[in-house]
Design a protein around this ligand. Structure first.
Ligand SMILES: [Zn+2]
Length: 67
């Protein structure tokens, strides 16, 4: 799933079923400092890694299994 990148400084978009926890829609905010994602349903916050691919984005969620 590669959402389109809008604008060259930052972008905000939603990913349907993008939440790893509840499967709800998450809001992704991409800034020059990095990306953050937020699920309004279960309040899941994450900082996915973002790769620019062509004129789209690829998001990778780092495993947070560090005990
Ligand atoms: Zn969620």
């Amino acid at each position: 799933m590669i959402p389109e990148l809008k604008g060259d400084r930052f972008a905000e978009f939603t990913l349907p079923e993008g939440c790893l926890l509840c499967g709800g829609e998450v809001t992704i905010r991409a800034t020059p400092a990095g990306a953050s994602s937020y699920c309004p349903k279960c309040h899941w916050l994450s900082r996915p890694r973002m790769k620019v691919k062509g004129n789209g984005l690829e998001l990778t969620y780092a495993a947070t299994a560090n005990a």
